[in-house]
Design a protein around this ligand. Structure first.
Ligand SMILES: *[C@@H]1O[C@H](CO)[C@@H](O)[C@H](O)[C@H]1NC(C)=O
Ligand SMILES: *[C@@H]1O[C@H](CO)[C@@H](O)[C@H](O)[C@H]1NC(C)=O
Ligand SMILES: *[C@@H]1O[C@H](CO)[C@@H](O)[C@H](O)[C@H]1NC(C)=O
Ligand SMILES: *[C@@H]1O[C@H](CO)[C@@H](O)[C@H](O)[C@H]1NC(C)=O
Ligand SMILES: *[C@@H]1O[C@H](CO)[C@@H](O)[C@H](O)[C@H]1NC(C)=O
Ligand SMILES: *[C@@H]1O[C@H](CO)[C@@H](O)[C@H](O)[C@H]1NC(C)=O
Ligand SMILES: *[C@@H]1O[C@H](CO)[C@@H](O)[C@H](O)[C@H]1NC(C)=O
Ligand SMILES: [Cu+2]
Length: 367
């Protein structure tokens, strides 16, 4: 039987906090096309370890629900997308070469995380918000990665490390460096996602150099979820100074997004998070197969939002880069009016709408 404290927590969790708008708020000049639809109230997105056990479990149950709901893609289009959760994986795969290491990366993923959070809420009755993963918090005791609230394999964790796979090849990154591997590599063995069936992929990273995803990307390849958690990579790319550097030392959007992601030995915090996970979450195309993807990108979105708030006039509307991976010469430059798409998940939206948290439907704040 559920205790009354469980019910009280469940009822209060997720109630959004209303802020009164101050007319004295600093005004920033709006580009012509921007209409300023500010939120009247904000939900709070929190770090995983500041959620209560009940809150963590409520979130996990919503994710399990999404994994059990049927796909809503047009019948036959993506045979490997069986669940609603798979629809997000499919959309990411289909867009991978247009949304990374370019001018759409931050804004496309902001809407992508928002759509996932909305699906949890509207399709699975979730009353909370999308949590995030503050990477550096898990480096120090008592939050050692594999014994942490994220990965200890308990019923209120995001499942654990994979079983040790001695045959796993080391990761050789651009520039020739070999990254320290973790002590997993195989299927996760415990926790809520132990039975999570991954269906789309895997894809070799080298596909990025071909410029297109082969048309057979849609087939089903059911298998377990794999992880190779690496605290060494956490230390290398996602330590406390990594975020401090982004906040204090990158002044332009070009520097900021460039330092967040790299395609060589300088992975940045974005690539770093995927390397920490290893396995399913490291697949450049199909990484949303690991539900940790959403906590990782929650943090990416938080760091961007925090960075923008440091100098709203200069940083809110700042864009740099194109619609194609690696920004090759001749690719279309992203402008405020550039229309972005999320396949069947959402209507198209102009880029300016994704540039401000607190506006245009992005009614959340980070705590
Ligand atoms: C964890 O969840 C599983 C599956 O729902 C259940 O069988 C098990 O008893 C739970 N364990 C604990 C310690 O609550
Ligand atoms: C996973 O599946 C097994 C076998 O059906 C079941 O006993 C177990 O409770 C499941 N675990 C979870 C966390 O769903
Ligand atoms: C898809 O096609 C490629 C060749 O274009 C092949 O190497 C790969 O194995 C195929 N994948 C599947 C899942 O059939
Ligand atoms: C922390 O991360 C930065 C990259 O963001 C790296 O240059 C530095 O060496 C890392 N620190 C440690 C102690 O590994
Ligand atoms: C970001 O800057 C830090 C500090 O200079 C550096 O160690 C790291 O390699 C940079 N990352 C990328 C992807 O450029
Ligand atoms: C993007 O940044 C690069 C490097 O600083 C610069 O050459 C380019 O002109 C910028 N593009 C835009 C549209 O600002
Ligand atoms: C994948 O992208 C193509 C080209 O934009 C589009 O026609 C197709 O409908 C997309 N498929 C899915 C599942 O989103
Ligand atoms: Cu992505």
């Amino acid at each position: 039987m559920k205790s009354s404290s469980f019910l009280t927590k469940a009822l209060t969790f997720g109630i959004s906090i209303t802020f009164l708008l101050s007319s004295g708020a600093a005004a920033i000049n709006l580009p012509d096309q921007v209409s300023s639809r500010q939120c009247r109230s904000y939900a709070i997105r929190k770090e995983w370890s500041s959620l209560s056990a009940v809150e963590r479990r409520t979130y996990i149950d919503a994710v399990l629900c999404l994994q059990s709901q049927p796909s809503k893609l047009p019948a036959g289009l993506v045979p490997g997308a069986i669940s609603r959760f798979d629809d997000f994986v499919a959309t990411h795969i289909n867009n991978t070469l247009g949304i990374h290491l370019n001018g759409k990366f931050l804004s496309w993923h902001r809407q992508f995380v928002f759509l996932y959070e909305k699906a949890l809420q509207q399709e699975c009755g979730y009353k909370g918000t999308q949590p995030y993963w503050n990477w550096a918090l898990y480096l120090d005791s008592p939050y050692k990665l594999e014994e942490s609230l994220l990965f200890d394999g308990s019923n209120t964790s995001m499942s654990n490390n994979g079983v040790y796979d001695p045959s796993l090849a080391p990761i050789v990154v651009g520039g020739g460096a070999v990254l320290p591997r973790g002590n997993g590599g195989g299927c996760v063995t415990a926790g809520p996602f132990v039975n999570h069936t991954v269906r789309l992929g895997p894809f070799p990273f080298e596909l990025v150099f071909t410029g297109k995803v082969p048309s057979n990307w849609t087939v089903a390849n059911p298998r377990c979820m794999q992880r190779d958690l690496s605290i060494a990579i956490n230390e290398l790319y996602n330590n406390a100074s990594s975020v401090a550097y982004l906040m204090q030392q990158t002044k332009t959007i070009t520097e900021f997004q460039g330092n967040m992601s790299g395609a060589d030995v300088h992975a940045g915090v974005h690539g770093g998070g995927h390397y920490i996970l290893g396995g399913s979450g490291l697949d450049f195309f199909a990484s949303p197969n690991d539900p940790m993807f959403w906590l990782h990108h929650g943090m990416i979105d938080k760091v961007w939002s925090d960075w923008q708030s440091e100098d709203p006039t200069q940083r809110t509307w700042a864009l740099n880069g194109t619609d194609t991976i690696f920004d090759p010469p001749g690719a279309t430059e992203i402008t405020l009016d550039y229309e972005q798409t999320w396949g069947y998940l959402s209507a198209a939206r102009p880029t300016w709408q994704m540039l401000r948290v607190g506006y245009e439907g992005f009614c959340y704040r980070y705590e």
